[in-house]
Design a protein around this ligand. Structure first.
Ligand SMILES: NC(=O)c1ccc[n+]([C@@H]2O[C@H](COP(=O)([O-])OP(=O)(O)OC[C@H]3O[C@@H](n4cnc5c(N)ncnc54)[C@H](OP(=O)(O)O)[C@@H]3O)[C@@H](O)[C@H]2O)c1
Length: 332
């Protein structure tokens, strides 16, 4: 039996995508074979294709940061998951495919009642927002925060989690997307025409409790300047190159040396490779929040898995608010 995957064959626009056919094989010992139900289409997928990353993924490769699927067959020695279980995998890349093989010990349990399209957005976009809010900045109810990049996949996760945590939110976004920020109680700022530092200095003269920076560059230092004593800056943007990574890290060190009571940090999901426990706990919490209807991911568009090129084109067009997902055809 055969299955299909989407591969990236060069650095560039979505024309470099190609669909390939593979043989379905029996899983190796310790592996699970998973029939993929849902995959998020994220900015890191796009950046990886253009080679905008400190560590470039070798061509050809299959993008797709994470998946939700159903265990289809097990290799020898796997006992803690069963055929038919709903699971997730968090891989970094490899998700634009109809079937995937993954170390069974690394699978994440997913409640079967959840909509896979919604649940799959929690694996990357929501975990970034949740962990930077809860574990990095530790913002308390009533806290005043700025979200730099408030209309995208991670930004809209911040809006929902921030509303739930009763935060006072400001967000940077293009004007056509301001209605979504307003819907979640945030004050929108148009980064094209407004100086966000001046706007916030006037609105919050005592400073902010936290700034979440999804852009990097000059936003990092300007965001830091808006913090009150005790406030936290958390950057989570892709630094795009080794030199920008080093610049970010040296800024973090410098800002933390300044005797002004503010802190700066840089968040990355790559930490999950060193310590999975906080990730497993937080994914479980997010699945619970979704099951209880306390969060509701905005799904801007759904595409069949093999139409990943069109989905990437839409993400790159920047016309989208929230998330784009790829789904197994039977779910569309
Ligand atoms: N650290 C991690 O582990 C991790 C994980 C996932 C993603 N990321 C990174 O996080 C960043 C954001 O990802 P995302 O998925 O939220 O992307 P996205 O869905 O494409 O959203 C991008 C956001 O940035 C805003 N934006 C674009 N240009 C801007 C500018 N010049 N000034 C201010 N805002 C601007 C957009 O606003 P408008 O569209 O309204 O103009 C939008 O709100 C990316 O760099 C991604 O690689 C990091």
């Amino acid at each position: 039996m055969k299955y299909h995957s989407v591969i990236v064959t060069g650095r560039g626009s979505p024309e470099v995508f190609k669909i390939v056919e593979n043989d379905l094989r029996t899983p190796h010992a310790g592996e699970a074979r998973i029939k993929v139900l849902a995959v998020p289409v994220t900015l890191p997928d796009v950046q990886a294709r253009y080679g905008q990353s400190p560590f470039k993924i070798k061509l050809p490769f299959t993008p797709g940061y994470a998946i939700i699927g159903i265990v289809d067959e097990l290799g020898a020695g796997v006992t803690h998951v069963a055929v038919g279980d709903r699971v997730a995998a968090f891989m970094g890349y490899g998700g634009y495919t109809e079937y995937i093989y993954w170390n069974a010990a690394q699978l994440i349990p997913v409640p079967a009642a959840l909509d896979p399209a919604e649940a799959v957005t929690l694996l990357l976009n929501y975990i970034v927002a949740y962990q930077t809010l809860r574990r990095s900045a530790k913002v308390k109810a009533g806290g005043k925060v700025l979200i730099i990049g408030a209309s995208g996949g991670i930004g809209t996760a911040f809006l929902q989690l921030g509303k739930l945590a009763r935060l006072k939110m400001y967000g940077l976004a293009s004007p056509s997307k301001h209605h979504t920020l307003i819907e979640y109680g945030a004050t929108p700022i148009d980064y094209h025409t407004q100086d966000f530092v001046a706007v916030i200095r006037q609105a919050e003269p005592n400073g902010l409790d936290a700034v979440f920076d999804g852009m990097g560059g000059h936003y990092f230092a300007r965001g830091y300047s808006l913090l009150k004593r005790g406030g936290a800056l958390v950057g989570y943007s892709n630094p795009l190159s080794v030199s920008r990574t080093l610049k970010h890290l040296s800024q973090v060190v410098l800002f933390n040396l300044l005797p002004n009571g503010r802190s700066a940090s840089y968040y990355g999901t790559s930490k999950s490779r060193l310590n999975r426990r906080p990730f497993l706990e937080d994914w479980a919490t997010l699945f619970q929040l979704l099951a209880e209807g306390k969060i509701k991911p905005i799904i801007a568009a759904k595409f069949p898995i093999l139409e990943a090129a069109q989905a990437n084109e839409l993400l790159e067009s920047r016309r989208v608010i929230g998330n784009i997902v790829l789904l197994a055809p039977e779910l569309l």
